[in-house]
Design a protein around this ligand. Structure first.
Ligand SMILES: Cc1cc2nc3c(=O)[nH]c(=O)nc-3n(C[C@H](O)[C@H](O)[C@H](O)COP(=O)(O)OP(=O)(O)OC[C@H]3O[C@@H](n4cnc5c(N)ncnc54)[C@H](O)[C@@H]3O)c2cc1C
Length: 424
């Protein structure tokens, strides 16, 4: 088993060979820090409008969560729709929900417009009830979703669950045809190729170390020199450091871990996932899983929120939960194990905002594939003046007095979630 990201381990040279700028431009209209879905989608919109853009990446293009995730796109955002509805009211709830659907359609549109071959398929998702009470909740949620949001999902009970999944440990679930699956690394590098075609500068191994506000614009100091920019966007999500000190307390990193098996036979794939769904469980410390385009089982999750778990230990833990769901995978070897960082906000909402004139878009939890695509595009459109508002820029973005730099509270939060998972 390799301790390496399966998605990037497999990429052909035609995809990895990007037109990288060896030297930093002297000045640009927009400097973007971070080269994941958020940064590149913003760059795509701004560069298409004719503006001069530089994408500045500490490591290699797409290095962050955008090349290492599960590749699962599902409607909704990290915060539950019911909580959003209670907290922000009916109008915002409709806007946020619609944005989450539009975000999935936007992936369709971008993949098609930019001719990105990234195995994007709308095979839908399936939420799995790990307790009988969770299925009751799903039933109620299904009715509410239809009445309030006119969105149809199908409730599947235990008797018919084999039409969705080859496992008998779940109590049923909710099938939603809207979502889909992608090869995340092919998608992020495909975006980078598109952005380069629109003449944006792609700068690798360029760590942004300081952003200084001037009377007009900004001076951006990097490990490769300094550039001037009229506007700056920080798109660093789970990898946000103290670059913008007042931003750091508004987002914290959480680790997510993935294993994949060696390829499975066609019969076994059909038995485990007859419809090729994207799966996730109803627990707080949930598991997400799917078949990869080349027919492996990809299984992700965490039993701890830390970002520095040992990859072999975490692989063993994940394998145990995978074997519990699919005992007949017991004899199938694992090929890869890896990790990456999610960016979580205290209100579990994604945010667009500004700190001292610097724009940011972050806080996607496990929904960054679609929501990062959407918010990157949205902030790009705000920067070009194509739109003048976004609901994600209108809600307050809170921090907590106990968090400035160190995520000392994560073990307590993990303990609390384990307790909730045991109790309800
Ligand atoms: C293991 C795992 C599984 C996941 N599964 C899913 C899933 O199935 N579906 C889903 O929707 N989401 C999933 N997510 C979440 C999703 O991947 C992220 O929300 C999304 O990729 C965030 O994109 P981004 O562009 O905002 O940030 P990232 O892709 O994380 O990019 C941020 C970049 O900023 C760079 N950076 C940071 N600081 C600096 C600096 N000072 N100077 C220069 N560069 C800097 C980093 O090097 C990094 O490359 C998963 C995440 C992980 C880790």
């Amino acid at each position: 088993m390799k301790t390496a990201n399966f998605w990037t381990d497999q990429l052909p040279g035609s995809i990895t060979a990007l037109p990288i700028d060896e030297t930093l431009p002297e000045s640009v209209d927009v400097a973007i820090v971070g080269s994941g879905y958020t940064g590149l989608n913003a760059a795509r919109v701004v560069a298409k409008s004719g503006a001069n853009v530089a994408v500045l990446e500490r490591y290699t293009i797409g290095w962050g969560a955008s090349s290492r995730n599960g590749g699962i796109a599902t409607p909704g955002i990290k915060q539950s729709l019911k909580t959003i509805w209670r907290k922000y009211g009916d109008e915002y709830a409709h806007e946020f929900w619609q944005a989450s659907l539009d975000a999935i359609d936007l992936i369709d549109q971008i993949v098609c417009e930019e001719h990105i071959a990234c195995d994007w398929k709308r095979t839908g998702s399936f939420a799995l009830a790990t307790k009988a009470s969770h299925l009751d909740y799903y039933h109620e949620f299904q009715k509410w979703l239809k009445e309030e949001f006119s969105h149809e999902v199908t409730l599947v009970t235990r008797d018919t669950i084999q039409t969705e999944i080859g496992s008998d440990i779940y109590f049923g679930g909710l099938a939603d045809d809207y979502g889909g699956g992608i090869n995340p690394a092919k998608y992020v590098l495909g975006l980078a190729h598109a952005v380069a075609r629109y003449k944006a500068h792609l700068c690798e191994h360029t760590e942004v170390q300081r952003i200084e506000r001037l009377s007009t614009g900004f001076r951006v100091q990097t490990s490769k020199g300094t550039l001037r920019a009229t506007e700056v966007l920080v798109a660093t999500n789970g990898y946000t450091d103290r670059l913008v000190p007042r931003l750091k307390p508004r987002i914290f990193p959480v680790g997510s871990y993935i294993i994949v098996t060696e390829p499975l036979s066609k019969e076994r794939q059909q038995m485990l996932s007859p419809k090729g769904r994207m799966f996730y469980t109803s627990k707080h410390l949930l598991n997400y899983f799917r078949l990869t385009p080349d027919g492996r089982m990809l299984w992700g999750g965490r039993n701890n929120l830390n970002t520095n778990l040992d990859l072999y230990d975490s692989a063993r833990q994940l394998q145990k939960t995978m074997h519990h769901a699919f005992p007949n995978l017991a004899n199938v070897p694992l090929s890869h194990t890896w990790t990456g960082k999610l960016g979580i906000t205290f209100d579990l909402m994604p945010h667009i905002g500004q700190v001292n004139g610097v724009y940011y878009a972050l806080g996607f939890g496990g929904h960054g594939l679609s929501i990062g695509t959407y918010l990157g595009t949205e902030v790009g459109r705000l920067l070009t003046g194509e739109i003048s508002r976004s609901p994600f820029a209108e809600i307050p973005h809170q921090t907590k007095f106990f968090y400035r730099n160190r995520t000392w509270f994560l073990p307590l939060a993990a303990w609390y979630y384990r307790f909730l998972d045991w109790k309800s």
